[in-house]
Design a protein around this ligand. Sequence first.
Ligand code: ADP
Ligand code: MG
Length: 248
Amino acid sequence: MRIPTGIEGFDELVQGGLLVERVYLVSGPPGSGKTTFGVQFLAHGAATGEVGLYVTLLESPQNIVDDMSNYAMNVPTLIKMQKLLFADLGPRMEYGYMDELHDVITPEYEIGRSSAEGDAPSPAMVFKEIASYVSEYNVKRLVIDSVSAIRFTTNDSSLEEKEMSRFIRNLKKLGCTTILLSELTDPDSYTTEQFASHGVIFLHNFLYEKTMTRALQIIKMRGTKHDCNMRGIKFTEKGLNVVDFLDG
Ligand SMILES: Nc1ncnc2c1ncn2[C@@H]1O[C@H](COP(=O)(O)OP(=O)(O)O)[C@@H](O)[C@H]1O
Ligand SMILES: [Mg+2]
């Protein structure tokens, strides 16, 4: 079964939408639209009754909610209806945000959290907390911002790859359609998260004939006949919008 992303112009590039219960990677440099892509996907599901969870590992949810409330996606309303949830699973130092919405958005999931104050929680702990949210709120759409943070929990690079691969393997069993966001540093170097995900989408933001140009490219999408070209994207008041072919 496929579900629409709600991103205008995107679903027709992937035979109508994303296959459910799979894990996708949306990768791009800062400002390329990853957060917008993720929240738009969740808000679209939430509007049709599917609970969406946005997990932040590096940034405070408050900033993301503020920024995303600028779009006409009904983010504040969907949060109040508990159809859209934000969870801060980053270092404990980040706690204490969003006091007035605290009860709605961040029930305490302290169990099993044994890292010291300020330490990044381990991938296993992050996964456990995500799994608790998923079962308690019957989450159907999940976004993790960002998996790059999973790498910061260890400084042994061989362990890092193993952890990443384990983390993604576990996510695949959660029963959610998941979008992992990651910072794209080098589009030509293949990472564990690209291999491990069912689908990979790049968001580009580059200089083209003297103007900054934004584009989207589907790198892989298992089980799907998909478009491979660079497609221009623009931001509208509704979020991301895939426009015509960028070039040829
Ligand atoms: N309401 C809006 N209308 C138009 N463009 C916006 C709006 N909000 C954000 N943007 C654009 O989106 C960019 C940030 O997108 P974002 O999804 O946060 O990227 P990323 O998560 O990859 O850093 C901003 O730099 C800005 O250009
Ligand atoms: Mg972002």
